[in-house]
Design a protein around this ligand. Structure first.
Ligand code: ARG
Length: 458
């Protein structure tokens, strides 16, 4: 079939060229944004006296019918079309005749596609932010349950100091709060309307860009027409924010995988969020967490693909830019799926308090508190650190722990030691003493939970 852009050429192209050129396979998902944008455009054209009001009414009515018919399944999207913009215009013209041909006055597919993407991504971004909020709420709830469950805190994956599972979980709540913040920031720059930039240079028609921007819920308009049609930095920003968010989920996934191993056994994932092995009957695999970790690479890939596509493009529109959509759609789909599964996995996991505590008892993670005990009795920290280290070495030699060493052994190294040292190195006491803001004491974790709940407004 001859193209709508037939004119200079007869619009007849090779099938292979059509298939190669076409984007409808992936941009058809923007049909609603495309139609809504066109409705606003028709209304603006009439308000400015560029087309008759009666024509605009017919256009809006025709577009409403197309939207309804696509949504009800009555109008299948024709995959032979070049893209969703052409499809909508083609059906409109088939249905309305010459009036349909008036819609494309004072606009170009270049500003149309830029508009559709911004409107589509704006919705995706809002959905994703909402999903992150739900995940934070699930994490916070777990943190409340386990605010007194002692576990080893690690550095270098070596047991370091006692913390609570609630405290550990709240670290992720804080990261995810920043992810929401990053998305909100990205939305501000995304929410500027490119429509009216036309092909690249603006237009000779007396259009009202503010009218359309307002009608479509934008905060303002792109201030340079070349920029409006060429810019995809809002896509890169979204992908980069999603990459950071996925990186957080991936780190969390890694811990969930470790914690659910026999070596740790800190948590038990619900059967409903794990899989079995086809051959090894004993297996219960944390596939969901592994897939989230794996899909993080995919989202990074989407970001890299987009940045690389854009890096050498001269202004203004180049067809290379059609490649933007698969990356941004894939990243949004992936992020949404991961967030949903991850939230379910968190909601249903159970911690094994005894195993966590046992692990905390083994690694001399109260050695810092032992040193602090001596400091509080007047010894300089470095000297206290040394004595504490010597006592750890002694324990290792005698295959025992600090809690079990007799007082006379302690006194052999410093006469500042007294009976109260055992209370000072009790794990719960070590946790409870860390009352500094953001620390691991129950009160500090409760304050973190309150802080997050206030931000979420729940
Ligand atoms: N399908 C195109 C895209 O996604 C729409 C814009 C086409 N503009 C053009 N001048 N060929 O980028």
């Amino acid at each position: 079939m001859a193209k709508m852009w037939a004119g200079r050429t007869d619009g007849v192209t090779e099938k292979i060229a059509d298939d190669f050129n076409s984007s409808i396979r992936f941009d058809s998902r923007m049909y609603r944004q495309d139609i809504t944008g066109s409705m606003a455009h028709a209304a603006m054209l009439a308000a400015q006296g560029i087309i008759e009001k009666t024509d605009a009414d017919q256009l809006v009515e025709g577009l409403t019918g197309i939207l309804e018919d696509i949504e009800s399944g009555k109008l299948p999207i024709d995959m032979e079309c070049e893209d969703i913009h052409m499809f909508v215009e083609q059906v409109l013209t088939e249905r309305l005749g010459d009036v349909g041909k008036k819609l494309h006055t004072a606009r170009s597919r270049n500003d149309q596609v830029a508009l559709d993407i911004r409107m589509y991504l704006r919705e995706q971004l809002d959905t994703i932010s909402q999903q992150i909020r739900s995940l934070i709420a699930a994490i916070t709830l777990k943190a409340e349950t386990y605010k007194d469950a002692i576990m080893p805190g690690y550095t270098h994956l070596q047991r370091a100091q006692p913390i609570t599972f609630g405290h550990h979980l709240m670290a992720y709540a804080m990261m995810l709060l920043r992810d929401i913040d990053r998305l909100a920031d990205c939305r501000k720059r995304m929410n500027q309307s490119p429509i009216g930039c036309c092909a690249l240079a603006g237009t000779t028609y007396n259009i009202d860009r503010q009218f359309e921007a307002k009608k479509l819920g934008f905060d303002g308009v792109c201030m340079n027409s070349l920029d409006g049609v060429s810019d995809r930095d809002f896509c890169a920003e979204l992908l980069s924010s999603l990459s950071v968010m996925m990186m957080h989920l991936s780190r969390f996934s890694e811990e969930i995988i470790l914690w659910s191993s026999w070596e740790f056994k800190f948590i038990e994932l619900s059967d409903t969020f794990t899989t079995g092995s086809s051959i090894m009957p004993q297996k219960k695999n944390p596939d969901m967490a592994e897939l989230v970790r794996g899909k993080t690479g995919r989202v990074y890939g989407d970001l890299m693909a987009l940045l690389t596509t854009l890096k050498g493009l001269p202004l203004a529109y180049n067809k290379d830019m059609q490649e933007d959509k698969e990356s941004i759609f894939d990243a949004c789909d992936t992020a949404k799926m991961c967030l949903q599964v991850f939230t379910g996995m968190i909601e249903t996991l159970k911690a094994n308090r005894d195993n966590m505590k046992r692990a905390a008892q083994k690694g001399f993670i109260n050695a810092t508190d032992l040193a602090d005990y001596l400091v509080k009795k007047g010894l300089p920290f470095r000297s206290a650190y040394k004595i504490s280290g010597q006592l750890v070495a002694l324990c290792i030699q005698q295959n025992t722990v600090l809690e079990e060493l007799p007082l006379d052994v302690y006194r052999g190294l410093s006469d500042l030691f007294d009976d109260d040292l055992y209370q000072a190195i009790d794990l719960m006491a070590c946790v409870e003493k860390r009352i500094s803001q953001g620390g691991t004491s129950i009160a500090s974790v409760e304050a973190q939970i309150t802080y997050v709940k206030e931000i979420l407004g729940s």
